[in-house]
Design a protein around this ligand. Sequence first.
Ligand code: KG4
Ligand code: ZN
Length: 339
Amino acid sequence: MRTTILGIESSCDDTSASIIQDGFLLSNVIANQEVHKIYGGVVPELASRAHQQNIIPVVDRAIKIAGLTKNDISAVAFTRGPGLLGSLLVGTSFAKGFALFNNLPLIEVNHLQAHVLSHFIMEKGVDNQLPTFPFLCLLVSGGHTQIILVNDYFEMKIIGQTIDDAAGEAFDKCAKIMGLPYPGGPLVDKYSKEGNPQAFKFTKPRVSGLDYSYSGFKTAFLYFIKEKIKTDPDFIEKNLYDLCASIQFTIVDILLDKLKMAIRETGVKEVAIGGGVSANSGLRKSILELSLKMKFKAFIPEFRYTTDNAAMIAITGYHKFLKNQFIGHDVVPLARMTF
Ligand code: KG4
Ligand code: ZN
C-alpha cells in the first residue's frame, strides 16, 4: 500500500498544494500573490481573500500533475501555524472539508518544522542526499531567524533566535529605505552581484549567546542613508550596488557568527539552511565555504524549497503519518505556534 499525502500551505501570501508519495515528490504547485507588491508588504485581509480564490484550482492542479485522483490520497496535511490567522484559516478549513468529504485522516503541521524537514523531500531519478540526525538548521525567513538543533524528525530544539527583527525583515526593510519594492531581499541579492561588499561598513550587534538582533542594524542603516542624502540627494542611485552588497555582507556575516558558535558548541557534523533567506546567494556561498573550513556537511536547499511551499508540508505530513500522528476536526489554526 502506498502512502500518499496531500499537503496544503497557506500561512502567508503563497497558496500551495503538493503530493508526496512514499516520501517522493509528485507535484508542488504554488500560486504567488502579486497583489501585495504595491503596498510594500503583505496585507493580511487581501492575502486570505486570494487564498480563497486560489486554493481549489491549486489543489486540483497538484492532484492532476501527480497523475492521481483524490481516491489515491491517504491523508491531508495542512499548515496549522505559525502565520497570518486569516490565511491559515483558509488552508485549515479547506483541509478539514477535504478530509471529511473523502473520509481521510487529518495531519497538522508546524510551518517552521516543515521548513527544516524540507531537506527530506526525495525526488525520483535524483541522488537524494538527506541529512542524518543530529544536525543544525539555520532557519531564516521574513518572520524567523533561528538556529535549530534537530535530534529527530519531531525532536527539535531552538538554541538561538532573533530577539527582534528577522534576517529577511532586515533585507526587506533596508530595501524599502532605498526605495526598492517588496519583498526587497531578492533584489538586494541581485544588485549585490555588481557591488563591493566592503564599500560601506556597518557595526554588528552585540547579543549574548546564540541569539540574533537585526533592529539596530536596520536603524543604523536608516540614519546612515538620511545623513548621506542631506549632502547628495542622488546618493542611493549612485551607490545602489555597493549599498546592496554591503548590506548583504553584514546580514550574512551576523548570521554566520552565531552559526559558527553553535557548530562549535554542539559539535554537530551536518548543517542545513532553510527559509526564504536561504535563497540568498551570499549566504549559500558563505555556508559552503564555511563547511570546507569547519569540516561539516552542508545542506543547501533547491531554490523552489527555500520559500513557502506545500511540498515541505506534505513531507512533514508523511513522517507524521508513519507515526500515526493525526488530529481531530476540532483543530483550529494558531498564529503563534512553537515546537
Ligand atoms: O520563508 P519565506 O518565503 O516566508 C516567510 O517569511 O515565512 O521568506 C520570505 C523572506 C522575505 O523577507 C524575502 O525578502 C526573503 O525571504 N528572501 C531573500 C531572498 N529570497 C527571498 N532574502 C535575501 N536574498 C534572497 N535571494
Ligand atoms: Zn516560511
